[in-house]
Design a protein around this ligand. Structure first.
Ligand code: WT7
Length: 638
């Protein structure tokens, strides 16, 4: 306990060389207009803005009437500054394949592919889906979209065909970019087949572009499909950038909420770019000579912001790795760090807990002395895990930035600054300069323990939920009458005034850092012809943070083959959402605890599972079923 209270200061050398090492930056950040206005001068603008910010929640705008392009800022700007030969990516495949791309290589490929997209009729504002493994072409595709002003929708590689289909239809997607396969633990993931299933009977998609990567034999629809490499060869080598308005939509990224359907979070062009550019500089302390590696997939916001746009806009060098961290063995991560002399390493608590479980013998024989900064993202990190990361990976010599953000905030909002903050295991410190976060009670008054709110507009904030304005207003802005943004997280302020996250307060579950809506899983389960009703909850898991447990009521006719049904139910979740959302256990039950008005009392299910008293049952309708439920649960050890 004593150990956990201790705080950690970075060493003198780190502080001296840090991109930010003076607390004054927090003060300058208070005047947000001049602060963000000055920072925005780092970027290249085709036309400067008339006004920095129009604060008008929930519809605040930034850099009004400015003209800017993201691809230009990630590529052309660096090439014009003489960085054409600097390495943008070291790509490492699962089986030790390597590819190195300089900024010039990336620039040429993005230009060609942008022209290829144009040749398929894609223009500003059109929606393009990218569903690919972690290969350079995935990043080329994102940048090519931004070059011509097309709105990309990256869908995580593990998403099931129904989930993809729903997004494609909802966003009226015109073109899909995928690959003939991707590697995962020696197996090939059939991206193209999944896309074919997803697009079955979908009219809006006119073209599918396929990257040849795995040498997998794939079905090819001559009318609709084309090979990426054929298009690249045929394409012109220069594509002028589309001069985007600051507030033009940059991308949509679907994420889970508390209802059954994922929501399409969309971001603006200038504000998003500035947010990720600046926070990368501050929090990851990125320098010209650094080699950075984040294990995040581009299918999530971390991949968008802290693999693609934050790093490339800074002209940084990074490693991207396609495969699994345990393939071919548990040393893979450390082998990559040693091989590329990685300086900055960014991963999720669930990965760190897994490394801990595998044991230090997989780490000890590797030289990790290149590391100078470590990061954590996606879920709360337990203090003992933080300490292990600090001592065993960082050799007590690297600050850890426990970073907080959301798909909605685009850029990091709350995080230590490694050259300034005293680090405390488990605490995310305080809002970054130019941002403001508070812990509020129901009424919107500041308190020590309550709801985490973002109380001032900042450039990279989401601009809405695609085609669902009402949902945007209700989810984020209704709690405090449109005044403050509600994050959905619970938090408390500690003695030092730092923020600590306790977890989600809505029906969002975080499994291995992946965001999953319990209602989404319930919807998937009741698609089964024998299922009548489902309730999904989560309980603590040592490694994954949380695990999903489902309760399903079946029709009476289904009683003989229950074992298969459990398998079928899990499969349904996999097809509808993705493998990552599969329940760990599904209990088949006859009733669910309900209130007199028919609301399922999830608290009772959760308490029974964790063997806690079920608490107040005065509103419970079917009390007599509780002992039966208890027996069913007790029979199975989770
Ligand atoms: C939610 C947002 C994996 C992608 C990044 C997250 C949780 C995020 C932290 C942290 C505790 C965290 C919150 C947040 N979260 N960072 N450092 N400590 N919790 O993006 O998938 O949109 O999820 O992740 O609950 O609301 P996301």
């Amino acid at each position: 306990m004593e150990k956990q209270k201790k705080s950690f200061k970075p060493n003198k050398k780190f502080i001296k060389n840090a991109n930010v090492n003076s607390e004054d930056i927090y003060k300058t950040g208070l005047d947000k207009e001049s602060f963000w206005g000055n920072l925005a001068n780092d970027l290249f603008w085709h036309k400067k803005w008339d006004k920095v910010c129009e604060e008008n929640p929930p519809y605040s705008k930034w850099f009004l009437n400015g003209k800017i392009n993201v691809s230009y800022n990630c590529l052309d700007r660096h090439i014009k500054n003489g960085k054409q030969d600097k390495i943008a990516f070291y790509w490492e495949g699962e089986n030790n394949q390597e590819k190195i791309l300089t900024y010039n290589d990336l620039y040429l490929e993005v230009n060609r592919f942008a022209n290829a997209l144009k040749s398929k009729g894609i223009k500003k504002g059109d929606r393009v889906v990218i569903n690919m493994p972690m290969i350079p072409e995935a990043i080329v595709s994102m940048l090519a979209c931004t070059r011509i002003g097309a709105v990309h929708i990256v869908i995580f590689g593990g998403t099931g065909p129904i989930g993809i289909k729903e997004r494609v239809i909802h966003a009226e997607v015109k073109l899909v970019i995928t690959s003939d396969g991707g590697y995962r633990r020696g197996k090939i993931i059939p991206y193209k087949e999944i896309i074919d299933q997803a697009l079955d009977q979908v009219d809006c998609v006119k073209d599918v572009i396929v990257v040849k990567h795995s040498k997998n034999k794939i079905p090819f629809n001559e009318k609709r499909d084309s090979w990426y490499h054929d298009l690249i060869i045929d394409a012109k080598e220069f594509c002028p950038v589309e001069e985007m308005d600051s507030e033009d939509m940059l991308f949509i990224l679907y994420t889970s909420g508390s209802t059954g359907k994922p929501k399409g979070i969309f971001h603006s062009t200038a504000g998003y770019l500035l947010g990720v550019y600046q926070t990368t500089k501050w929090v990851f302390d990125i320098k010209d000579e650094d080699i950075y590696w984040s294990t995040a997939d581009i299918g999530w916001i971390t991949g968008h912001s802290y693999v693609v746009y934050g790093l490339l806009s800074n002209g940084a060098t990074q490693v991207i790795y396609e495969g699994a961290l345990d393939h071919p063995n548990y040393s893979r991560t450390w082998e990559i760090i040693e091989k590329y002399k990685v300086n900055i390493f960014y991963t999720a608590p669930t990965a760190i807990r897994t490394f801990m479980k595998w044991g230090n013998e997989w780490i000890d024989k590797y030289d990790l002395s290149s590391l100078r900064l470590l990061g954590s993202i996606g879920e709360p990190i337990n203090p003992d895990v933080w300490l292990w990361y600090y001592e065993i990976i960082g050799k007590s010599n690297c600050p850890i930035v426990d970073t907080w953000f959301q798909t909605e905030t685009g850029a990091l909002v709350i995080s230590p600054l490694p050259g300034i903050s005293a680090l405390k295991p488990g605490s995310i410190c305080k809002a970054l300069p130019g941002f403001e976060a508070k812990v509020l009670d129901e009424k919107g008054n500041e308190t020590n323990k309550g709801f985490l709110a973002l109380t001032k507009s900042f450039p990279s904030m989401l601009r809405g939920v695609y085609k669902e304005e009402k949902r945007y207003l209700e989810t984020y802005w209704s709690k405090w009458d449109g005044k403050y943004y509600y994050t959905g997280d619970g938090a408390y302020v500690d003695e030092e005034g730092n923020i600590n996250i306790t977890g989600r307060l809505d029906d969002v579950i975080k499994v291995s850092g992946h965001r999953i809506g319990s209602a989404e899983v319930e919807n998937a389960l009741v698609e089964h012809p024998h299922a009548v009703e489902a309730s999904v909850i989560s309980v603590h898991d040592e490694i994954k943070g949380e695990k999903i447990i489902a309760f399903v009521i079946l029709k009476e006719s289904a009683s003989d083959s229950n074992k298969d049904i459990e398998k079928e139910l899990k499969k349904l979740v996999e097809i509808s959402i993705g493998r990552y959302a599969r329940p760990t256990k599904i209990f088949l039950v006859d009733e669910l605890p309900k209130t007199k008005s028919g609301k399922i009392m999830r608290r009772i299910l959760r308490n029974l599972l964790i063997k806690q008293p079920i608490g107040d049952v005065s509103t419970l309708e079917n009390k007599s079923y509780i002992p039966i439920l208890k027996n069913i649960i007790e029979e199975i050890q989770l």
